[in-house]
Design a protein. Structure first.
Length: 610
């Protein structure tokens, strides 16, 4: 009972995330299934009556047809041949109507549940994309991708629930009909089918719950192994660790296969058991009516026909009920994981104010006032009481050792991370949640390791714009500004050339210039270069550096670097040390002090993201 209440609770929670029209459609489909259940009962009764009529038509004509004279005038005067012909056509039409209704209802239910899965998957993806950047830092992207894939189990749950309710209705109506026609036989049916089903449910329930949770865990582990192996293919090759990943995959996939086989076996088991019970039930009913009650041949034939037709419908329906319960239990762990994501998304969405607000224009200066920030779970400030002013049109360099907080400061300025305290001021106006999107629309961003999508060069530069909406001329202009002429003409189809998975066809410097062109595509007023040259050799660094400084007169530039040569041409440099500003001023002064402090002409180590 506890599990059934849990099922109802989960379905009610699921309905909270669906629009009213979709919930209404669920009840309309359920009503259609009720109508199909009634048609099932009428069809079963008609076939039973048809079988009795074929066995002894004269008795039917004499004893039963006069009762229907007021409904069908002239029916009492029909002969045996006419009766058989009339009933044959009626049964054919009735079965045709019943199956057509069932097909329409089944298709509508399948389309509805598929649309629900799609809607909730879309809602989940949109929610993930709108979650704070720090939230993504704390979650495994492979798990999030798989969570969206698991949205199909929302549909499985609703489909199984609809089938469950429909089959319960069919069985209830059919068994009620038998109760009226033959109380003794109906008692036998109730006790036999009900008792067998309860025993199956009792013994299967705990196994299904345990197996379903294990099924989900193996599924998650498989996805993680494959994602890590393919995303880290270069390291896998270099360190020759392919066997470790294949062994991990094998261990999980074969465990998954065992669980999947057990679940499949348990799903089929009720049908096999109930088939045996059905044959035994029919044989027992015949023996009881012949040997115990001494009923007439006509009554026995009609009752057995009704019982046979009822068993023909009830046994599969009961088997489907048990299968639906098993499918619901199997989907529970997946649905619960999905609902947990949806609740987390909604809690964040509800807690935050509306993203609409006045625009944030950049005409004078960007100012950070007493900014402090701590990552969730950390015991110290990543940024501690930093104040900084960046006039429009200035080129600002930010330097510091690994872990000093340079990239964190940039992420705060962009709006990816929200400061624990302090304010970001744009032309005297505080940047808040309400106008953050307007501020971000003015920003271009070039990371240390840019993401290159498995798409064309044009699609990568106009990242996030659908193919049909890409401005080809603007893409070419951005390529020119990003100094891509030296390799653009080498591409077989120009800007429409496919770049391969993660840009494997490009060098490191070429990928950086693609990222610069991407930053320029949306006409930014500020571009932030976050360690854009740290992974490059001296020649490529010089090329990218020239590209960066060619934009100096066009917009405000913020350059984060650990190579001091990258920031030598900046108007102003800020030296970050342990989350604080150690020194700020003109390039010559700050760089001279920085070199003296570390007694090095430049930092010897490559810095990871702060």
């Amino acid at each position: 009972m506890q599990n059934e209440l849990e099922m109802i609770k989960i379905i009610k929670q699921l309905f909270k995330y669906l629009p009213t029209k979709r919930v209404r459609r669920f009840w309309i489909i359920l009503l259609g299934m009720i109508c199909v259940a009634v048609l099932e009962t009428v069809t079963a009764g008609a076939i039973s009556f048809y079988a009795a009529s074929v066995a002894n038509p004269q008795v039917i004509i004499t004893d039963h047809l006069p009762r229907f004279e007021h409904i069908i005038p002239g029916i009492a005067g029909i002969d045996s041949k006419g009766l058989i012909l009339y009933l044959s056509l009626s049964v054919i039409l009735l079965v045709l109507l019943k199956n057509a209704s069932m097909a329409a209802t089944s298709y509508t239910a399948g389309l509805f549940t598929a649309n629900v899965s799609g809607y909730l998957g879309e809602h989940m993806l949109k929610g993930f994309l709108e979650m704070p950047y720090e939230w993504h830092l704390q979650h495994n992207s492979a798990d999030l991708i798989q969570g969206i894939g698991w949205s199909q189990y929302f549909g499985v749950l609703l489909t199984s629930s609809l089938k469950l309710l429909s089959d319960i209705l069919i069985i209830t109506i059919l068994l009620t009909t038998i109760l009226i026609a033959s109380p003794a036989i109906s008692l036998l049916v109730f006790l036999t089918i009900g008792g067998t089903s309860l025993l199956i449910i009792k013994h299967v329930r705990l196994s299904m719950d345990r197996l379903a949770a294990t099924h989900r865990d193996f599924n998650t582990a498989i996805n993680r192994e494959v994602t890590m192996a393919l995303h880290g293919i270069k390291e896998v090759k270099v360190y020759r660790c392919a066997d470790a990943f294949t062994q991990g995959y094998s261990r999980n996939i074969y465990g998954f296969a065992r669980i999947d086989a057990r679940l499949g076996f348990i799903n089929q088991l009720p049908g096999w058991v109930l088939e045996i019970v059905g044959v035994s039930l029919l044989s027992s009913a015949i023996m009881i009516m012949f040997l115990w009650f001494g009923d007439s041949t006509v009554k026995i034939t009609g009752t057995i026909a009704l019982l046979a037709v009822t068993s023909w419908r009830v046994m599969p329906a009961m088997s489907r009920i048990l299968n639906s319960l098993n499918a619901i239990r199997q989907s529970f762990p997946y649905v619960q994981t999905g609902l947990a994501y949806l609740r987390e998304i909604d809690s964040r969405t509800i807690a935050g104010p509306s993203p609409e607000g006045p625009s944030a224009d950049f005409t004078h200066e960007l100012r950070l006032e007493n900014i402090s920030f701590t990552y969730e779970g950390a015991n110290r400030f990543a940024i501690n009481e930093v104040s900084l002013t960046i006039p429009r049109g200035q080129t600002l360099g930010i330097i510091g050792t690994s872990g000093a907080g340079k990239s964190t400061l940039a992420d705060i300025a962009i709006g990816l991370l929200h400061p624990s305290s302090g304010d970001i001021m744009l032309d005297g106006r505080t940047v808040t949640i309400e106008n953050l999107k307007h501020w971000q629309s003015l920003i271009g961003y070039v990371p240390q390791t840019p993401y290159i999508a498995p798409a064309t060069l044009a699609e990568n530069i106009a990242f996030g714009v659908r193919t049909e909406g890409i401005d080809q001329e603007k893409v070419l202009q951005c390529c020119k500004l990003a100094a891509m002429d030296d390799f653009l003409h080498q591409l077989p189809d120009g800007i429409n050339s496919f770049l391969g998975e993660r840009g494997v066809k490009l060098s490191g410097g070429q990928r950086q210039r693609v990222a610069i062109a991407r930053a320029l595509y949306h006409d930014p007023e500020v571009i932030i270069f976050d360690e854009a040259t740290s992974a490059l050799d001296a020649r490529n660094e010089q090329t990218i550096k020239q590209t960066i400084y060619s934009l100096k007169e066009r917009m405000t530039l913020i350059i984060i670097a650990h190579r001091l040569t990258t920031v030598e041409g900046c108007d102003h440099i800020v030296w970050i040390e342990k989350g604080r500003i150690k020194l700020a001023g003109d390039a010559d002064t700050v760089l001279e002090n920085y070199r003296k402090y570390y007694q090095e002409p430049c930092l010897p180590q490559q810095e990871s993201l702060s």
